[in-house]
Design a protein around this ligand. Structure first.
Ligand SMILES: Cc1cc2nc3c(=O)[nH]c(=O)nc-3n(C[C@H](O)[C@H](O)[C@H](O)COP(=O)(O)OP(=O)(O)OC[C@H]3O[C@@H](n4cnc5c(N)ncnc54)[C@H](O)[C@@H]3O)c2cc1C
Length: 488
């Protein structure tokens, strides 16, 4: 960026925000990367960091950026896995976590309106005081914000009952490309058949259409009790069919996670540390299905008994013997102080970095895709961590899959091999009539290459971007360009 333009913009930003607009390197470095695999010394420095506290302040920031045609990158928890916050083309990083207020809890309508930078954890702390909870919860909920959940359309531990963010989102306020704050969505009604569904467009837009500053969300009564159990299955397909059978029987399953045998090792570090032995998993077991049931005690107990009968009698599955191991797995999804990091990544990611191809598939292609995963990861010399199938649609089995590997981030070549692996996995997903990414997003990896999935509709996406963002300032490069995967 031209330094003179930046200096002028900084002066204007400081006139509005004071020292909450800064060019200091010590601040910029904190906004220079997320959790996506890249070489360990790689950073993308924004030129200026701003910390707005209100929608009006975001409006002012965007107006200044638009006037000077300076890139604007919304930055939330920085836990994204796709490089969505990488200030690849410099510009202004908007720290959204200062927008962290609960604006209204409407108990009669079971709705809450928040500023978009509040973390899911903090929102739930507040709701707990009123006996309510917000069930859209990625494992990173302690750092991950509501705005980023909307921004990257992430997934949730409780997706099988409550779906994805769109299932619990009523409307948002977003500041668009010329600095106008606009409400998108359907106020507090659960549905609308008027107008176009622009809210759907914003979900997953990764800060390329605007900065989300407020959101109105559906909240739920806190369940009275919860039981979590694990079952070993003879194949991945058995696990999926058993879940389908449970749902068809009328059971309300709260969450279901189907792991390949390899992936289980990732979750059992705490168990091994404590007992100095492997958990007892029979040799024939190819998959582990974790289930949770939540609600009134009587219903939860009955549901678990019925689910157990289906699994054991109809699918020759077995219950996981060490409940402590199951509890450890569950805790790894919810613990304080990011225990998951310590539990799942024994070396705290110093030597190995988590990386995943996250693809969505038609439910019948999972077993076949698993074989593809083993072949493709071996071709690119990836250290396989394993596969988890997440269910992200209310009351039906769906295949949102994490095909995870450990990435060696010590050389450019080994990181490049990871992205070659992602490219082939993504192409496989499209060939199987699925999607290249079901919860991580395009970020700075799939842009351009994703035309393979979207075909002619890709042109309409580009036009939509131009309409919302006429100056091309919002998160430039994301969705339409890739630095890591060449366009075919
Ligand atoms: C330990 C760990 C566990 C994880 N578990 C899960 C999981 O269970 N499920 C899952 O889906 N993901 C998971 N992730 C990935 C990541 O946490 C999610 O993608 C999450 O949504 C990122 O949130 P964030 O607040 O850190 O966003 P950031 O990384 O800061 O931003 C993500 C994207 O959203 C955009 N954005 C942020 N705020 C706004 C806004 N207000 N308006 C417009 N755009 C915005 C950013 O520009 C960027 O493109 C995990 C990551 C880690 C490190």
């Amino acid at each position: 960026m031209d330094q003179e333009i930046l200096d002028e913009a900084l002066e204007e930003l400081q006139a509005t925000l004071g020292d909450r607009a800064t060019p200091d390197l010590s601040h910029r470095i904190g906004y220079s990367r997320d959790w996506s695999p890249r070489h360990r010394s790689h950073v993308d420095l924004p030129d200026i960091v701003v910390l707005p506290k209100t929608t009006d302040e975001v409006v002012e920031i965007v107006k200044i950026a638009y006037r000077h045609r300076i890139p604007v990158v919304p930055f939330a928890g920085g836990t994204g896995m796709a490089g969505g916050v990488a200030a690849w083309k410099g510009g202004i990083a908007i720290e959204t976590k200062s927008l962290n207020q609960v604006l209204e809890l409407d108990e009669a309508n079971m709705m809450v309106t928040v500023q978009a930078g509040i973390t899911i954890w903090d929102l739930n702390e507040e709701l707990a005081r009123h006996g309510r909870w917000f069930p859209h919860q990625p494992e990173s909920k302690r750092a991950c914000t509501i705005g980023a959940s909307i921004g990257c359309d992430n997934d949730s531990t409780f997706g099988l009952r409550y779906g994805k963010i769109l299932d619990v989102l009523s409307n948002v306020v977003m500041v668009t490309g010329e600095g106008e704050a606009v409400r998108f969505g359907r106020r507090k009604a659960a549905f609308t058949s008027t107008g176009y569904k622009l809210l759907d467009l914003i979900v997953g837009s990764e800060g390329t259409l605007g900065v989300v500053t407020e959101a109105t969300l559906r909240v739920f009564p806190m369940p009275e009790t919860r039981l979590v159990r694990g079952f070993v299955c003879r194949s991945l397909e058995d696990g999926i069919r058993a879940l389908e059978r449970m749902l068809a029987s009328g059971l309300g399953v709260e969450s279901a996670h189907l792991n390949c045998r390899r992936r289980l090792r990732f979750y059992t570090h705490a168990y091994r540390e404590k007992y100095q032995k492997e958990p007892e998993i029979p040799d024939w077991a190819e998959a582990i299905l974790f289930l949770s049931f939540a609600g009134d005690e009587e219903v939860v107990k009955f549901s678990l008994e019925k689910a157990t009968r289906i699994l054991l009698d109809e699918f020759a599955a077995e219950g996981v013997k060490e409940q402590e191991m199951v509890d450890g797995w569950w805790a790894s999804k919810h613990s304080l102080d990011f225990l998951p990091f310590r539990q799942k990544w024994p070396d705290s990611q110093r030597q190995k970095k988590f990386g995943a191809a996250d693809i969505g598939l038609p439910i019948g292609r999972v077993q076949e895709a698993y074989q593809g995963f083993l072949d493709i990861s071996s071709r690119w010399e990836q250290d396989v961590l394993g596969m988890t199938v997440y269910n992200e649609s209310p009351n039906k089995p769906t295949a949102s899959i994490s095909f995870a590997v450990f990435v060696d981030d010590s050389t450019e070549e080994s990181v490049a091999n990871f992205y070659r692996y992602v490219r082939e996995m993504s192409a496989m997903a499209v060939e199987m009539e699925g999607t290249m990414s079901s919860y991580i997003g395009d970020g700075d990896r799939l842009g351009g290459f994703n035309e393979l999935e979207h075909g002619a509709s890709y042109t309409y996406m580009k036009r939509i971007k131009e309409m919302f963002d006429p100056g091309g300032i919002f998160n430039p490069g994301k969705k339409f360009e890739s630095r890591w995967i060449p366009t075919p």
